[in-house]
Design a protein around this ligand. Structure first.
Ligand SMILES: [Ca+2]
Ligand SMILES: [Ca+2]
Length: 278
């Protein structure tokens, strides 16, 4: 096991290794975006793949129709995306992000990330990264730009695991899985989850919560997946965390001539007071 090496006090203070920040404290600076610190760190970079395998499903909710999609969270960085949780409640853990150093040590950073013992319908409970992702449906304007957030899907939490080896030739990518499937053990006091370099945490469209309710909507929309909207993992690139696909609704299998087949990213944060269409 690797040991935490001694780091300069200024660095410890910067990343909050000594103690978690009090509630309401200002957000910590991201060492992976700091030109002085970044060269010594193996930072992760989570990148969301475009939604795939879209299909309608009228069986999820009576009288409603949902549009399913698969999603994939890829780590294209230089180090693993890793969260180490310590039990803090019946269904929760407080987590710190581990960022490995080139010299073999590692940092532990309280970013506000949490693990949650989530119940998956028809299955069991799993220890997952809370608020790891978001499914959004945006209405597009006449030029294909995202104009208004109209719906969100129920998917929030993610295992963060090594499921698919998407980029096996990427430098630093392990040949075998380092982070297995999520634990289902209710008595866990400590839990570590992660996605290695070149690996992906993938969810097929048929899995629970892989949908957005599109009942009654007509026109052109962006079906959008966002990873780490709550900023629980520091990355070397925070601007590639969203990806979207243009769809025409009612859905008949594609964009249906809608403009903006490449809606503008990086993400435009939705305002909290935006009404959600019924
Ligand atoms: Ca990223
Ligand atoms: Ca992030």
């Amino acid at each position: 096991m690797r040991l935490v090496k001694r780091a300069p006090l200024v660095l410890l203070a910067l990343v909050g290794l000594v103690a978690p920040a009090p509630a309401g404290a200002a957000a910590k600076p991201n060492p992976c975006l700091d030109d002085r610190l970044r060269p010594s760190l193996l930072c992760p970079d989570l990148k969301m793949k475009r939604p795939f395998d879209l299909s309608l499903d009228p069986t999820v909710k009576p009288g409603r129709v949902v549009l399913r999609a698969g999603n994939s969270i890829d780590n294209v960085g230089r180090g693993p995306a890793e969260l180490s949780g310590v039990r803090s409640g019946r269904f929760g853990m407080r987590a710190r992000q581990r960022i490995y150093r080139r010299d073999g040590g590692r940092l532990g950073i309280f970013t506000g990330a949490k693990l949650f013992f989530k119940f998956v319908q028809g299955q069991t409970r799993y220890w997952k990264w809370r608020r790891a992702e978001r499914f959004e449906l945006w209405r597009l304007d006449g030029r294909g730009r995202r104009a208004r957030l109209v719906r969100r899907g129920p998917k929030r939490d993610s295992c963060l695991r090594d499921l698919g080896h998407s980029f096996p030739r990427k430098r630093g990518s392990p040949r075998r899985r380092i982070y297995p499937s999520c634990s289902t053990e209710p008595s866990r006091r400590l839990e570590t989850i992660g996605t290695s370099v070149g690996w992906s945490d993938i969810y097929p469209a048929s899995y629970p919560e892989q949908w957005i309710d599109v009942t009654g909507l007509r026109g052109c929309f962006a079906y959008r997946h966002v990873v780490d909207p709550s900023k629980g993992i520091f990355e070397s690139n925070e601007r590639n965390n969203a990806a979207s696909r243009v769809v025409r609704l009612p859905y008949q299998g594609g964009a249906g001539g809608c403009p903006g087949t490449r809606p503008l990213d990086p993400p435009r944060a939705p305002r909290a007071d935006l009404p959600i269409e019924p």
